[in-house]
Design a protein around this ligand. Structure first.
Ligand SMILES: C[S@@+](CC[C@H](N)C(=O)[O-])C[C@H]1O[C@@H](n2cnc3c(N)ncnc32)[C@H](O)[C@@H]1O
Length: 273
């Protein structure tokens, strides 16, 4: 029997798009992320992912960027086994289960209270994994997070929904809270925002997009002097492209020759502070 969740606001509802992307990826002959729990969750909820009419490209895209963010978080935790991990706008993502940090790491999934409530009903409990139900633009939520340990902060699919001022304030608060750390998120160039507003699968979120986007991955360095770009991960150049279905693989390999064209697709931006 499917579990009935509360009615979410449109912004909270966006979690289903990415959850469906990961669930559908798991169903592909060669999954990129391979997250069986995403598929299980969709089954438990009886959610109809067909409503998004997602083709292979966005499915793979959602799974691929999740995998890169997992890699950033895992690599940081391997170097800092007493770190704090944060997933901003976590939705129903099972990242903490995928990356399976050691018990010395405290992991925080942060999203609106209804979403965190749904996570608590749907996802297995885990020692040292905590949910914080809040609006991320409210400065008070960080008080619940230790401030004396290095932090790895990821945000998957969040930044498009924040105004530039809200994103800058959030980054500044995070950087001010921790002694050191890394922050990584999928970047949105102006073209990517335009495409998200016009592609049928993401049109449902078009009216919610608030970010003006930025094309230069170094732009955030100008917002906070402690922030340094570590890596702009162009997904077109990552090894998983070899697993893409043939037509998408050929197209992606062509796009990979040009940084400008690659930036029209998804990038994952990784910064240190
Ligand atoms: C596209 S979903 C991505 C969810 C998840 N990261 C994933 O990959 O499945 C965006 C998420 O950001 C959350 N979100 C957007 N703005 C927020 C805010 N101001 N405060 C807290 N959560 C927010 C939404 O509730 C939603 O769960």
């Amino acid at each position: 029997m499917s579990i009935v969740l509360p009615v979410f606001t449109p912004i909270e509802e966006t979690q289903y798009l990415t959850l469906c992307g990961r669930a559908l990826d798991n169903h592909l002959p060669h999954p990129i992320l391979a997250d069986p729990m995403a598929e299980e969750l969709v089954g438990k909820l009886g959610y109809d992912c067909d409503r998004f009419r997602l083709s292979a490209s966005p499915i793979i895209n959602i799974a691929h960027r999740a995998k890169k963010l997992d890699e950033v978080a895992s690599a940081f935790i391997a170097r800092h086994p007493h770190a704090v991990g944060l997933d901003l706008g976590a939705g129903l993502d099972t990242r903490v289960l995928r990356i399976d940090p050691p018990a010395t790491v405290d992991w925080y999934d942060i999203d609106y209270p209804e979403v965190i409530g749904a996570r608590q009903r749907l996802l297995p409990d885990r020692d040292n994994a905590h949910g914080i139900g809040t609006d991320l633009t409210d400065p008070a939520w960080l008080d619940a997070v230790p401030s004396d340990r290095p932090a790895v902060i990821v945000a998957d699919g969040l930044m498009a929904f924040l105004t530039q001022d809200a994103m800058i304030s959030l980054l500044n608060r995070l950087i001010g809270h921790f002694p050191s750390g890394e922050v990584a998120f999928n970047g949105y160039t102006r073209f990517a925002i335009w495409a998200a507003k016009h592609y049928h699968g993401t049109q449902s979120v078009a009216e919610l997009i608030r970010s003006p986007a930025f094309d230069d991955p170094r732009q955030p360095e100008r917002w906070n002097p402690r922030l340094r770009l570590v890596r702009e991960i162009l997904l077109t150049r990552e090894p998983e492209v070899a697993q893409f279905p043939p037509a998408l693989r050929r197209f992606t390999r062509l796009a990979a020759h040009s940084t400008a064209v690659s930036r029209r697709g998804t990038t994952v931006l990784q910064y240190r502070f």
